[in-house]
Design a protein around this ligand. Sequence first.
Ligand SMILES: [Zn+2]
Length: 291
Amino acid sequence: MNNLPINEIQRFSFDNTNVRGERVLLNDAYQEIIKRKEYPLPLEKLLGEFVAAIALLRDIIKIDGVLSIQAKGNGFLSTLMTECDEFQNLRGIVQWDETQDVPEELPLKEVLAGGYLAITIQPRNGQRYQGIVEIIGDTLSECLEQYFLQSEQLPSRVWLAANGSQCGGLFLQRLPAEQAQSTDEDAWERLTHLASTVKEEELLGLETIDLLHRLYHEEEVRMYEMKTMQFGCSCSRERTFGAVMSLGAEEVREILIEQGCVKVDCQFCAEKYEFVEADLIAALGDQAQTH
Ligand SMILES: [Zn+2]
């Protein structure tokens, strides 16, 4: 594969079945996310799986707003988060215990001890919805499969891979019989079995049309419009100011006394925001005054 930017999300289905699928392959959108911070390779790979997963979910859960996957725990990792808005802007972050050596393998159940995975749907207008699953498996794929079964009662299979340059994913879902014309009784079993032969180098190295041909050359695959994604951060000076204000006057005053100004670095894109006393006084009043 060449080094051109490939950030593609492809929806597909199989004729005469109730099975649908998604495939994602990202390179520079993923690289933009991981280069914002000095991540050791095992964390780049794990974050890549989360990035591939949010890209898959973005096309499955159609909302006008922001979708996020967040894993939280009390092990070597404390937070892993990816987010995508309706303009296909992706961002993500990992927080880990930087005093420890980074293990080669990162089984989720262990590194996010006692943790959970939350999928949050935040429409531009309307109620926020959050689905939470306990982390009982070692891979993100297992956690997502459990999420779909629990929240949508739809059998789903997910394959994810990342290597620090590319991240990719494949998703299959069996829709309720009444939603699709299915005459093919054992389609789900056959199609998921074929998908489970996919190799990491194929998930990361083949363009979608070639991957689907490799897996499903004997099936009637229908492909839909391809979408793209890019790195993008939704932070702004205004939103950051709002976050600083939410600390409260007393806290802000203490920071001003200690540091002379309030500095905030966006964790997703490393953009630096700085607020001096004059910026804050107007909003906080005299309480923020340091002299
Ligand atoms: Zn940012």
